[in-house]
Write a new protein. Structure first.
Length: 116
RNA sequence: UAAAGCAGCCGGAUAAUCGCGCAUUGCGCUAAUCAGUAUCGAAAGAUACAACUUGUAAUUACAGGGAUUAACAAUGUGAGGAAAGUCCGUGCAUCCAAGGACAGAUCGCCGGGGAAACCCCGGACGGCGUGAGCCGGUGGAUAGGACCACAGAAAACAUACUGCUAACGGCUAUUUAGUACGAGCGAUGGUGCAACGGCGAGGUAAGAGCUCACCGGCGAUGUCGAGAGGCAUCGGCCAGGCAACCCCCGAUAGGAUGCAAGAUUAACUUGAAGGCUAUAAAGGCUGUCCGCCAACUUCAGAAAUAUCGCUAGAGAUUGCGAGUAAUCGCAAUACCAGACAGAUGAUUAUCUAUAAACAGAACACGGCUUACGGGCUGCUUUAUUUU
RNA sequence: GGGCGAUUAGCGCAGUUGGUAGCGCAUCACAUUGACGUUGUGAGGGUCACGUGUUCGAGUCACGUAUCGCCCA
């Protein structure tokens, strides 16, 4: 889990980020990016796994946790590329990514941020 | 030893590095903010200074003391046996109704437990299994109605149909005999899931519980039992199935909606209605009256990333006692998730049986049902072997 | 989180006092035509989502399971 200040929480913010339609996809994970920010505030991140992806809550939670942990470790290492220029980021997991382990998820997230 | 049956338990552990939710405490020379003034906020509300209080001096001065938010630090704590399905029941909340009856609903062997339940325990009966055991929505079919396809004479009424009988009366012939007209009979009909008991013997003109033995079912009496019911004796043969179809009988319950229930705050801006009346108070146009506007009241809209509901309980653990048991009583101990884009994770090492099953709290609780890798314990049954 | 509904042929749907499962389109064959289309005639195709029970008998009645869909801010 990330601290609260890093999390994207507002429903309107989610809708606004989706509306930009600036997205990248790899290995069952889709990254949506918001507008480039003007003020120096923290970039906020949301993680989404739909109920349609898998029926059981345990597997959905597992994927969200892996994505979160990957993002946290990348943020900690400092090699965030251009991602911190954006106001908001959303990672959406699909059924392809469900069975992958932590290292695979980490590489995918890293690759997505690199392409941003 | 093997195969079964029943009951119960566990649902990885330890260490290192990084990381999250909540609670408490700390931190004011980390930052921001705060009563009457000042500030934040839509509001509820929150707070430095002042006041108050403590200490030191002595009438005024100095020092300390509060809280919130964010960040930081420390400590504590943090998913299940099913948290699941939402199949039952209850608390809790709002709305409707409040008196009585009917309709409708739910339940249905007996006794006990429980707040209640499509709940649990013990027993009865029926069925299954060699057995330990398991399964069962199991009241009433002479209160009444409906239905029972096809087949069959007939599916409930046995009054019909198909038949049987020459003992009796009649008729023909007149000794024997013949004839189903009267009369008697309910065996024959083999279809069906099911045919007003079954099977054998006696009996007869033909037959028939008409009589008898055995079996099945029904009723009465006696006896055992708290009761469902068991056992024994006697009696008479009239008693199809179906109530998880309507129904009858008995019992139970206010109904509906569900925490996205609902409560607090009610700015803002928009619309509609009420209202200047009796009483108290009462702004503006104009001193008074009328009238109009504002204020006021009600409803709706919009604003939920606010606060509460939100977890101390029909609870948990341990011990003792009552009871066959479900369960109940008493005592002690500790407080043990409370989020709101939603907390338990990642990596590495070691151990054990190779860490590998089903699976994530969302108001709470009691059940039921379903899913589940592997392991452990106790009791019981059957089979085999050894002593 | 809570509350509801549906599942029948390849597709879309009927099916009530429980008694031989149907309709339309599609598929196949034949006829018609020089050929195709249209049209006509006929045929095939079903675990009534799955399981257990009640019943002589279940698509229908009762209970459980699975899948899909809808509503509530």
């Amino acid at each position: 889990m990330l601290p609260k200040q890093y999390r994207l929480k507002n429903k309107a913010a989610f809708a606004a980020t989706y509306r930009i339609k600036n997205s990248f996809h790899k290995g069952g994970i889709t990254l949506f990016a918001g507008i480039k920010k003007k003020e120096t505030i923290q970039t906020k991140v949301g993680f989404v796994v739909s109920k349609k992806t898998h029926k059981r809550a345990v597997k959905r939670n597992r994927l969200k946790r892996l994505m979160r942990e990957s993002y946290r470790l990348i943020l900690k290492s400092g090699t965030t590329y251009n991602s911190q220029e954006y106001l908001s980021l959303i990672f959406v997991g699909s059924s392809k990514a469900l069975d992958k382990n932590f290292k695979e998820i980490y590489n995918i997230i890293n690759n997505l941020l690199e392409r941003l």
